[in-house]
Design a protein around this ligand. Sequence first.
Ligand SMILES: [Mg+2]
Length: 319
Amino acid sequence: MDEAQKILVVEDDAVTRARLAFLLRKNGYQVDVADDGDSGWIRFQELHYPIVLTDWLMPGLSGPELCERIRRYEGEVYTYVILITGKTEKSNIALGLEAGADDYVTKPFDSGELLARLRTGRRILDLQASMREAKRQLQDLASRDGLTEVLNRRALEERLAEAFTYFLRRGTPLSIAMLDLDHFKQINDNYGHQAGDDVLREAARRVTSMIREYDTIGRYGGEEFLVLLPDTPGEEATSIAERIRRSIAELPVETRDGGTIHASVSVGLATAHAGFRGNVKDVIESADAALYRAKRGGRNRVEHGVGEGIAGAPRSALG
Ligand SMILES: [Mg+2]
């Protein structure tokens, strides 16, 4: 059943209520009914309807009051509200619209008109849904690196802050891997920038395939990537980093012009364990220092921040 076919009818007059429910069901709507404003409000909170058709005058909550509540309650997903007005409320229609109603029909209502107004409502809801989807796609696009399609630096830093907050609250170890493609400048110089781009893209793809659903990879700088490994102690992080390193070193990258390039990556790891008193910058610095050691130690290797991977040791211990 199409979600936009769901409708809540709130009407205290039994005859009108039954007539409405019959008409709407006959026309393909999935109808729920409530016999006054208060029970309508309860139903709405239970099942969030895309369309609410409500009478104006009812014992308890009136139609406009119900409408106001819906407006305050609803989140990103809009509810289309149509007020049913009698002759007496007709002169007050501005009041109903101010309460947030989208449209109104007058009693006694004409079936054809009511169905037409509902179709308008559904068109608006459809439009809103596609705008939400477009917005989501834009947000996703804005958080991705154009070349490698992993998170860009800004989005990565947001995720890093979130991961660190989670770590502080839970105390479960947070590991961070800093990856840097080895001799990348030479790749660019020897094979050209297009080939260099191919290597970056392929490296990002391989790292992505090596990490778990809840890990995060982002492009940190030119040929530098950061991988966030939440809930991951040092030893486990090391074996993930080793898998990543091998996935890049063991198979040459095929470039778009049909060539192959042997690439490798150096990885610096740092882990914040429970009791760690530093901030997120300290963990990054520790990973960075480990990366530096991996480079100095011959590249295509993994180094862990401090000893057994306990970040938070004094900076002097990083060496
Ligand atoms: Mg009434």
